[in-house]
Design a protein around this ligand. Structure first.
Ligand code: ATP
Ligand code: MG
Length: 174
């Protein structure tokens, strides 16, 4: 799976709609401290289903919504759209939107879906929100310090079999 395009609106410091094309090959994000580089990576993790506010550097999930500055009012929602393409060339668009007081909603190719559906899509593609392919600031140390069971989970995601566990848990609950 390849990421093709990322659109953000009201997400963290990206108060104005931003539309970024992700070209094939290596993409670098450069800019001064605090300009929003990590926020971009967090937007990718968030739209793929990240459910931990802490790992998004916030106290609650609504902290991803633009909080306002001295000169700009806060926004009432944040939305991120990630366009991807499978190795077979099939396009997919995932949207996540959060509104103050109303929680998150997801869409997959324009259709309303559950968070779990989105997690499954990315778990199968081994690119999930917790994929070892996404290494955020400070995460290297976490990988080194991980317990064996945690490290196994990382390896399983890297090997592309994490989706099986999500389905097994799902089946056990039924
Ligand atoms: P560094 O080079 O230091 O790693 P960076 O480019 O990765 O910096 P980020 O951490 O992505 O920068 O961006 C931090 C900025 O995002 C801060 O200015 C912070 O105030 C802003 N920010 C984070 N959350 C919100 C929010 N909810 N509303 C408004 N601004 C926010
Ligand atoms: Mg950073």
């Amino acid at each position: 799976m390849r990421f093709r395009r990322l659109r953000l609106s009201g997400f963290k410091s990206f108060v104005e709609p931003a539309d970024l094309l992700i070209e094939p090959g290596l993409t670098g994000v450069v800019g001064p401290n605090g300009c929003g580089k990590s926020n971009l990576l967090e937007a990718i993790r968030w739209v793929m289903g990240e459910s931990s506010a802490k790992s998004m550097r916030g106290a609650g999930m609504e902290d991803v919504i633009f909080a306002g500055t001295a000169t700009r009012p806060a926004r009432s929602f944040a939305e991120v759209v990630l366009s991807t393409e499978t190795d077979a060339g099939q396009e997919m668009e995932v949207t996540r939107r959060i509104e103050r007081g109303a929680g998150s909603a997801y869409r997959l190719n324009g259709r309303d879906v559950r968070a779990k559906d989105v997690s499954l899509v990315f778990a199968d593609a081994a690119t999930g929100a917790h994929s070892p392919a996404l290494v955020s600031q400070g995460r290297i140390a976490a990988v080194i310090a991980a317990k064996p069971t945690e490290r196994r989970q990382m390896l399983e995601e890297a090997a592309g079999i994490a989706g099986l566990h999500v389905r097994r848990k799902d089946a056990e609950q039924k």
